[in-house]
Design a protein around this ligand. Structure first.
Ligand code: UT7
Length: 333
């Protein structure tokens, strides 16, 4: 079947909190060093939300920026997908708050809980819904404020995360361009590799648990690291093959920004030189679902993406989940 129309990215936007926490700031809080953090992760600083600044606040700012970039009014949006694991409430969806705050009164709205892979999941769903005619113009947002769930006395996790949001508008484009292929995966047997154990229905938070510092993010760092190094290259090659392409066709690789060593390993597996790899983990840390759209927004602003370029967007995270999208850039800028 030849599709008469593609579904592409029409606009991008991002938002991060004002407050910056440097490695030097962390040295004053836990037993760590700038040298260790930079060598093991590549991270030099991260943006941390204010106590009253939430994922929906950042998501709304990123969504408005993406709409402005696309030259589209909120009223023209008929689908809002927000990928987040740090929603303003346990329910309803943060996407509903954003839908209301940007004035997209005719849009359907729902959240995706696929952690750091959430944006890749959302992009695949938006593409399929646009191509199926269920939606015409969709906002796909990745927004997370994981620092609110971080134990700031745990040096193995608190150095990694930052807060932020990124958004894209997905809509019709020329056939053969836009989001060409997607691949989404999960391995629930690794449910506890990185997770927030308490605060749900299985283990509701009690005052005693709160006092004991529970209800915070827990992670087996080395296990996640090995998994990420294995699957990032693997799924990227696989999704490229689905699009009838190979690593030599890739103009820019836009991976989830969790750790510079994971990005380097994936790039090596795909034999990509650094000029074909987007990396900004040093300035933002791991912003979970926001990291890929933030990286994409910065890549465009830096003039690193042009018409007809082939991009691979690839992420991994809690679940465990992982996903990738191949995009042939359809905008003429
Ligand atoms: O989006 C998904 C979220 N999660 C991830 O992406 C995490 C993936 N994993 C990683 O990025 C890495 O595993 C980490 C950065 C978390 C850890 O790096 P590593 O090279 O795997 O270090 P390690 O856990 O093997 O720890 C090595 C040593 C340990 O000391 P000993 O046992 O060898 O004496 C740690 O206690 O480094 C120690 N260490 C630290 N030292 C200084 C752990 N954290 C720190 C720290 N500062 N912040």
């Amino acid at each position: 079947m030849t599709l008469q129309m593609g579904a592409g990215i029409l606009g991008v936007g991002m938002a991060v909190p004002d407050r910056v926490v440097t490695n030097a700031d962390l040295e004053a809080m836990v037993d760590t060093s700038d040298e260790w953090i930079v060598e093991r992760t590549g991270i030099r600083q991260r943006h941390v939300s204010a106590p009253d600044e939430t994922s929906s606040d950042l998501a709304t700012r990123a969504a408005l920026a993406a709409l402005a970039d696309a030259g589209i009014e909120a009223g023209e949006i008929d689908l809002v997908i927000c990928a987040t694991t740090t929603g303003d409430c346990l329910w309803p969806a943060t996407a509903c708050l954003v839908q209301h705050r940007i004035g997209a009164g005719h849009a359907a709205a729902f959240d995706i809980s696929a952690a750091c892979s959430g944006f890749c999941y959302g992009l695949a769903i938006a593409r399929d819904m646009v191509l199926a005619g269920t939606a015409t113009r969709a906002l796909v947002i990745g927004a997370d404020t994981l620092t609110k769930h971080v134990d700031w006395t745990d040096r193995t996790t608190c150095i990694l995360f930052g807060d932020g949001a990124g958004a894209v508008v997905v809509g019709p484009c020329e056939a053969g361009r836009g989001i060409l292929a997607s691949e989404l995966r999960a391995d629930g047997s690794k449910y506890e590799a990185v997770w927030l154990p308490a605060g749900g229905t299985r283990r509701p938070l009690t005052p005693e648990m709160l006092a004991a510092g529970q209800g915070k993010l827990a992670m087996h760092g080395a296990e996640v690291f090995k998994f990420a190094v294995r699957i990032m290259g693997e799924i990227s090659l696989s999704v490229l093959a689905r699009a009838g392409l190979g690593p030599d066709d890739v103009s820019l690789f836009v991976p989830h920004q969790a750790n510079a060593r994971i990005i380097a390993a994936a790039a090596e597996r795909m034999r990509l030189t650094p000029d074909r790899v987007m990396r900004n983990v040093e300035r933002y840390g791991n912003t979970s679902a926001a990291s890929i759209p933030i990286a994409l927004t910065e890549a465009l602003a830096a003039g690193r993406v042009g018409y007809d370029d082939v991009l691979v967007l690839v992420g991994f995270g809690a679940g465990l989940t992982w996903g990738a999208n191949v995009v042939r850039w359809s905008r003429g800028d």
